[in-house]
Design a protein around this ligand. Sequence first.
Ligand SMILES: Nc1nc2c(ncn2[C@@H]2O[C@H](COP(=O)(O)OP(=O)(O)OP(=O)(O)O)[C@@H](O)[C@H]2O)c(=O)[nH]1
Length: 381
Amino acid sequence: MKQPFVSSSDSCASSAKRKRPGRYVTWLSLSLMSFMALMILIIYEARWVFPEIQAYFSQSGNLTGQQLATRSRLYLQDAQVRLLEMPNQDASSDAIVDIELAYGLFDVDIYHQHYDCTSASLSVLDETVTALESNSVPPVVLARELLDPINCLTRIEMGQLDRRGEAINTFAERTRWHHQVLIYTGVLIFLLGLLFWWLHERQLRRAEKATQDTLRWMKRAMRDPLTDIGNRSALQQDVMRQQQQSLGLVIVDIDFFKQYNDALGHPAGDTLLCRLARVIADALPEEATLYRLGGDEFAALMPCENHATLQYYCQQLRKRVQEAQFPHLTHPNNDQVTLSIGATWFMPKQAGFPQAYEAADKALYQVKTAGRDDWRIIAVA
Ligand SMILES: Nc1nc2c(ncn2[C@@H]2O[C@H](COP(=O)(O)OP(=O)(O)OP(=O)(O)O)[C@@H](O)[C@H]2O)c(=O)[nH]1
């Protein structure tokens, strides 16, 4: 009977299992995307930004050239002053030293590469030193000869300053771009984080809902929908829970309920079942729990130490139903509803539910065969 339900739940479980890999792929790809965004950022920093900064602040490369040219020009101007102001032997020697120092600072690769006047100016300096050493040309004339190299150096200074300005602009541009990359990557990582959080929350909510649904279904599976009392499963579970104490099990069956239904219809039968459930519950002690086993059969479980207590409650049950006077016009022996009651008392850890049920059912059967509307107690075998 229950087979279709089991197989359908199995198929639900297997479809849920089938969905799992997809979810893991989503999680995995999201974490990979975050990781890659971070890696791109780090590589970008290391590959493009740091060399740029290094180039800007380093003391090598084309940016330095302006300072060397300035120093070289200052030495040449010093030499010029010496040659113009005191054209004697000492002044010539000092001028030679200045020119040689200027030559050393002037003879730089970058100047040769970018400024055509460099080689010519260096030749002029060579010739000037030779002339000074041989004293063949008047110092005043030689001082004038130095004007071309000085002009060349001035051009180099201006040119190098322009190049430096260009480098700064390029660097500023790149820095701006770098900032944009940083901001967008930060926003992307933040959004990915939000997405992670949202997915995580959704998963939590789904898990919570699934747990609540399961609990609700489990609760529903333990109850009789008509009378809203526990069913046979609930009874078995309660017996298992109360292993340590002596229990009384009472089974109650309505006499000639079929005739009642036939005469008044099933809705009236349902109403009688609900009313009887209340009457039976009222007749039993507060600690007793009532169950509907199915059809017109009820069961009650209660703490019970001895035969006398059980006997008392069986009598109470019969009496209360008689007092309730539910009319049953098609009852062969009576004009009102009567009950047949079978009971037993047992220690769950010595005798399980099946043995207790068997004993109570046997007692009920004896009442039925003896003519109904009575109670009987049989000890667990
Ligand atoms: N109204 C109603 N009737 C039910 C329900 N479940 C089972 N029944 C009816 O209960 C009746 C039980 O009939 P039987 O098992 O023959 O019992 P009985 O007529 O009480 O006869 P005895 O127990 O031998 O006195 C059947 O007619 C079922 O159709 C239910 O939920 N509501």
